[in-house]
Ligand binder design. Structure first.
Ligand code: ASP
Length: 334
């Protein structure tokens, strides 16, 4: 049994947002269900038989599919977690979350929270009632991780499929398999089962303060996916709706047709920062490889894929960081 520093059963705040882990299906073999259909109370009720050695304190925040995740839920989550970090009686925080945007929420929290008590996001690929449903196992694993004092000082973690990832690395890489998550540049930071937890290295961020202030709002940043034969009209359209920044999900190492790069270069000249990331599954986007970033004024997204590059650019601009070299330095750090 895990015990906290006071020798008692760990007390974990459970913030519910919905997702497939809070979804159920009437047909064990059918394909359709609604993410977030179950309340947090009824979802936790299903855990009663698991005999988890933790005291769970439920707090519903939302009941949505994470495709609808956005400012209001993020703001509520951030406030709850900051408060929980200051309550000595709370040992860790669990966030139940849809898998579609879990990486975005995890990374946003990573950038804006102190690396203090464990914060663990958990989801499921299959709803309750489906053959091989993974939600309860993932939840039991997440309880084990959040109860472990060694989970602190690592930033927010995501637990899926017996695997623990750090927020900065993790991404959803498959639409439906239960091992849908991958890490880049680092793979998993631990393996977990309901009875075992093995870390692959120590916590390196103990005592680290929040890197960025939690903002009043987040600016509109768009992701533009490059495709063969496209023209520059989408860039013009994004500027016309007031985008404050553009993340290019480019081909290969963040490439795009010359007409698109030229239009993005004009956007930079008008004060709209442009970050080049890649639409391919993984790998670094470095400066000045095939695209002359220095001449265009672009930022290279480095290890961050488009979804996380958008989060970082939103947080930077909301914190008043608009100098190109400062933005590049933030992306170099990731
Ligand atoms: N669309 C769902 C969501 O992100 C998928 C899931 O949770 O697996 O909420």
């Amino acid at each position: 049994m895990s015990t906290n520093l006071n020798g008692g059963i760990p007390r974990l705040l459970v913030l519910g947002t919905g997702g497939t882990i809070a979804g159920s299906t009437a047909s064990a073999t059918g394909g359709s269900y609604a993410a977030g259909g179950l309340s947090l109370t009824s979802m936790l009720g299903d855990l009663a038989g698991l005999e988890l050695s933790a005291d769970l304190i439920p707090k519903p925040i939302a009941q949505i599919g994470s495709q609808d995740m956005g400012w209001d839920v993020w703001d509520a989550l951030h406030k709850e977690i900051v408060a929980a970090q200051s309550y000595p009686e709370i040992d860790g925080v669990l966030v139940t979350h849809g898998t579609d945007t879990a990486e975005e929420t995890a990374y946003l929290l990573d950038l804006t929270l102190a690396a203090d008590k464990p914060v663990v996001l958990v989801g499921a690929m299959r709803p309750a009632g489906a053959v091989g449903a993974d939600g309860m196992r993932n939840f039991a694993n997440a309880v084990r991780v959040a109860s472990d004092p060694d989970a602190s000082g690592r930033g927010p973690l995501l637990v899926m499929g017996d695997t623990v990832f750090a927020a900065k690395d993790v991404r959803k890489a498959a639409t439906s398999s239960i091992d849908a998550f991958k890490g880049y540049p680092r793979g998993p930071v631990a393996r977990v089962t309901p009875s075992n937890l093995d870390w692959f290295g120590g916590a390196t961020r103990k005592g680290e303060f929040a890197r960025y202030q939690w903002p009043e709002a987040l600016p509109r940043i768009a992701i533009l996916t490059a495709g063969a034969g496209m023209d520059a009209k989408p860039v013009e359209a994004l500027l016309s709706i007031g985008c404050k920044g553009i993340v290019l999900a480019g081909m290969g190492q963040g490439n795009a047709p010359k007409c698109v790069l030229d239009a993005l270069g004009e956007a930079v000249k008008s004060g709209v920062p442009v970050v080049r990331s890649a639409r391919v599954d993984e790998g670094l986007v470095d400066r000045n490889v095939e695209v002359d970033d220095d001449a265009y004024g672009f930022v290279a997204g480095r290890a961050l894929g488009p979804a996380k590059a958008r989060i970082l650019l939103m947080v930077l601009l909301a914190n008043g960081v608009s100098d190109r070299s400062e933005i590049q330095a933030a992306f170099d750090r990731g």
